[in-house]
Design a protein around this ligand. Structure first.
Ligand code: SF4
Ligand code: SF4
Length: 389
């Protein structure tokens, strides 16, 4: 319809105030790419690729335009016959291979523990290799694997399997532990199936859609084999991808029927007997785009945090605007991403909360990595809840 209702929702339009940086202009470029026959200029491609894929435009569109899949399909066409940079090709390989991920985890651990990181940071090498942002978000990984099963604390009411994907287990163990503790506390055994793999989101959104059916098959098989009540995810970025796995056959429908965001599952199964300790913190909620614009279940976070007596929970102002993390966007478009993050950091500074919560690991990682980051840390809401058990 080209009505323009999506324009004001777009973070890149907020940054640049340019028609080329609007969803509407990008859709015209996508139309050219998908229909073929018309030349797409280099400038049109630059503006298309500066999209964060936050999908805020979808929520504003009266025509229910499916921007996410249009963008993915255009990227798939553009990537045909295109040579990838070594960095991009290695990132895909890392996500695909457990063995390579293990090697990376060992390397990161050595890099940080040996003191090499501080040396390299001072040397200027990171700037030369264009790796400043990647270094900024690097964290000491957890080296031990998770157990196959975590039994409920008291009487077992059921069983759930936790989706750990590709990077959560080594890099966000704190949240996985919190999820396990909470699920055990409400009476559920937690299983961690080893056959699961990455959700496939990075491949889906970056022109490598041909690899996605394999991720889907492996994940469906890993969970279908289990006698469980639910498949539970903790990161909304992965959850948004899992939620959009095709449902055009029985395995697809079954997988979807058992899929839950951990916040929703906890809320639905929270027993009256379970009381949390009081906590008088002022908490600001950052709503990740994957949660707000795709899963649309951001209210669950507020409801769940209300289980903590004494807590003061408020939305962070500007919650409808992306923080800049945007999957790999923080690495591919560091300047745009940093400007959006600065806006978020200003909102945090004016709200002056004791803590900020975000249900997406990528947002928390990116907000916490800012050099100018306030002393207020961004954590997963589950961490706060588990601390009050
Ligand atoms: S994408 Fe939707 S909201 Fe945006 S211009 Fe087109 S019809 Fe309007
Ligand atoms: S996905 Fe986000 S950044 Fe991309 S066009 Fe839509 S609103 Fe703008």
């Amino acid at each position: 319809m080209r009505c323009g209702m999506c324009v004001g929702q777009c973070p890149t339009y907020k940054l640049f105030q340019l028609n080329e940086e609007t969803p509407r202009a990008r859709i015209r470029t996508i139309e050219k790419i998908l229909a073929g026959g018309e030349t797409v200029s280099a400038s049109e491609l630059v503006h298309l690729n500066s999209c964060l894929l936050c999908r805020a435009c979808e929520t504003a569109c009266p025509s229910r335009m499916a921007y996410g899949s249009l963008f993915d399909n255009a990227q798939a066409v553009l990537s045909e016959g295109r040579r990838r940079t070594i960095l991009a090709a290695s990132a895909f390989k890392l996500i695909e291979s457990k063995l390579l991920r293990r090697a990376l985890i060992t390397l990161i651990t050595l890099y940080i523990r040996s003191g090499l990181q501080s040396l390299v940071r001072r040397s200027g090498l990171l700037k030369m290799l264009n790796l400043v942002e990647a270094d900024g978000i690097s964290r000491l990984p957890s080296l031990s694997g998770m157990a196959d099963r975590y039994p409920a604390k008291k009487k077992t009411l059921g069983k759930v399997a936790l989706f750990t994907g590709c990077l959560t287990e080594p890099f966000d163990r704190e949240t996985l532990n919190a999820a396990t503790d909470l699920l055990n506390a409400i009476g559920y055994d937690v299983l961690i199936p080893k056959g699961q793999t990455c959700c496939g989101a990075i491949h889906q959104h970056n022109g490598k859609q041909q690899s996605v059916p394999d991720f889907i098959r492996r994940n469906r098989e890993a969970f279908a084999a289990l006698d469980i009540d639910a498949v539970v995810f903790i990161a909304t970025g992965c959850g948004a991808m899992l939620d959009e796995y095709p449902q055009d056959d029985e395995p697809g429908v079954e997988f979807h029927e058992r899929l839950f965001d951990v916040d929703d599952f906890l809320l639905q199964h929270w027993p009256d007997r379970l009381r949390l300790k009081s906590c008088y913190l002022k908490v600001a909620v950052h709503e990740p785009c994957s949660q707000r614009n795709v899963l649309k279940n951001q209210k669950s976070v507020y409801a769940l945090l209300q289980k903590i007596p004494g807590i003061d929970v408020q939305p962070l102002s500007g919650s409808d605007v992306c923080c800049g993390a945007g999957g790999a966007y923080m690495l591919t478009h560091p300047e745009n991403a940093a400007r959006l993050r600065d806006m978020k950091l200003q909102a945090i500074a004016s709200a002056a909360p004791d803590v900020v919560v975000s249900a997406n690991f990528g947002c928390a990682l990116y907000l916490n990595s800012a050099e100018s980051s306030p002393t207020v840390k961004v954590i997963h809401p589950l961490k706060l809840l588990a601390d009050c058990l």
